[in-house]
Design a protein around this ligand. Structure first.
Ligand SMILES: [Zn+2]
Length: 473
């Protein structure tokens, strides 16, 4: 297989209260074209004013991605015509971006891998085009909602360090989890708060770009398709053309949109209505001091508790789950056991219902009590699965459920012995076969006694008593 080289360009909408250069609110469920003013409508004579909160959020993201924040950066006008861009240019950053040279770490099956970040810069979002239903391209119509015009955006450009569709997905997941942990964006791909363009080449040859991918699934599928397509072109001694392609989700193919435009085509020039941006080090330090623990550090801490890298990554990359996990730790529960139950039974329950851990009544205290009950031997882990499911449904305590449903494990040797004797008496053939050396029949007896106990006999005691009885005579 030819080696793919992949780079991602991600656009993230910041969750600020107002837009990038005006005081219109940022809100996604409002009536179309109600959150607008002369600035974000691009009316002549209006002047942009930079949103301080957006800058702080950008500082936080740049720090989380280990980027160098430039003491001096500048906004540029990127000129192009499109109906969703009333000014005829987008305010973006060009050769003096906000920050550069960072990285993030993904947890692959082969271990940690560092993906370089080329730059993180600020820009404004365009208006949103809504294309009306139509059979042919010519008879339809398009609507424009300017509520999105001027919403603060970050552009995060990776270096081409990604070498498979799988790694691209891991990169996006890690990035999403950083953004959510910082609380700077919902980073929800389905809502367009995180949008992804990918560029890909094989063996460092000519690359193509695929624009506007809006789900993890699309990113993976589009890359898989494009790798195969380029492979076939090269196999037939053809040439991959540098171009922008579109991923058709329904057909599962990428299609040529236009040949790639170069930076010169945009006639970038410094935005004359905004002064250059100077960031003082004390401001950076102030933002740094307020930053929460990042997924990368969480992962490290979890691995030190004995969790496997993939387990640590799954928990650390889900802020709600990580909070839950940390609460259990602070209650003194052993990390490995908490992780085992969270990542098996609890996740299975949540995934099947598409719920998050904060949407179910199970509390960290509840899970810790449950683990204590297990440790005391009141229930087996098999019964435990039933109990935890009921806890997830009702929020009741483990002890309460065990008592209500009579699930406590039976450890009374007299009672267990009585059942064992009964089983031995009723199955004389199997007993004599066992005694003649057919040891694999042991499981058969265990099953019978378990059944008599309603699944509640303590397995250790049961095994011991059964062995004694079978070996007798
Ligand atoms: Zn506005």
């Amino acid at each position: 297989m030819l080696k793919p080289t992949i780079g991602l360009e991600v656009h993230v909408q910041l969750k600020t209260r107002s837009k990038m250069f005006c005081s219109c609110p940022v809100e996604f469920k409002a009536e179309p074209n109600t959150l607008v003013c002369p600035v974000c409508l691009g009316l002549p004579g209006s002047l942009p004013v930079l949103n301080r909160q957006a800058v702080e959020y950008t500082i936080a993201v740049a720090l989380a991605l280990h980027c160098e924040i430039q003491p001096f950066s500048q906004f540029h006008r990127k000129n192009y015509f499109y109906p969703d861009l009333p000014k005829g240019y987008q305010i973006s950053q060009y050769d003096l971006p906000f920050s550069r040279n960072g990285y993030l770490i993904i947890e692959t099956e082969e271990g940690e891998k560092r993906i370089g970040i080329q730059r993180v810069h600020m820009e404004e979002d365009t208006a949103k085009m809504i294309h009306g239903e139509s059979i042919s391209r010519t008879s339809g119509y398009s609507l424009i909602d300017f509520n999105r015009s001027g919403v603060p955006l970050l552009e995060i450009v990776s270096r081409p360090d990604i070498s498979s569709p799988q790694e691209a997905t891991l990169y996006l997941m890690e990035l999403r989890s950083i953004l959510r942990t910082l609380g700077v964006s919902t980073a929800n791909m389905e809502e367009g708060a995180l949008r992804c363009d990918v560029n890909i080449s094989l063996e460092r040859g000519t690359r193509t770009e695929i624009k506007n991918l809006n789900s993890f699934h699309s990113v993976r599928k589009a890359l898989e398709y494009e790798i195969k397509r380029q492979e076939e072109v090269l196999k037939e001694k053809g040439q991959v053309i540098q171009e922008t392609r579109h991923y058709d989700e329904r057909a599962g193919v990428t299609l040529s949109m236009r040949t790639k435009e170069e930076a010169e085509d945009y006639r970038y020039f410094p935005e004359p209505d905004l002064v250059p941006l100077k960031i003082d080090p004390p401001w950076i330090e102030e933002v740094r001091s307020r930053m929460p623990e990042l997924p990368e550090d969480k992962r490290k801490r979890y691995k030190e508790l004995g969790l496997f890298p993939q387990e640590a990554a799954t928990i650390a990359n889900n802020p709600e789950l990580a909070n839950f996990f940390d609460s259990c730790l602070s209650l003194g529960a052993p990390g490995k056991e908490v992780a085992n139950w969270l990542l098996s039974e609890v996740m299975k329950y949540l995934n099947a219902r598409n719920l998050s851990i904060i949407e179910v009544p199970l509390s960290p205290e509840g899970l810790v009590e449950f683990l204590t009950v297990l440790k005391e031997g009141t229930i087996s882990s098999k019964i435990g699965k039933m109990v935890i499911e009921e806890m997830l449904q009702t929020g009741d305590g483990a002890r309460e459920i065990i008592e209500r449903r009579g699930l406590a494990q039976i450890s009374d040797p007299v009672l267990i012995k009585k059942w064992a004797e009964e089983v031995i008496k009723e199955n004389p053939d199997q007993v004599s076969q066992y005694r003649q050396g057919k040891e694999q029949l042991f499981g058969f007896f265990v099953g019978k006694v378990m059944k008599l106990s309603g699944g509640k006999a303590n397995p250790e005691i049961l095994n011991r008593i059964l062995k004694e009885l079978l070996l007798r005579e």
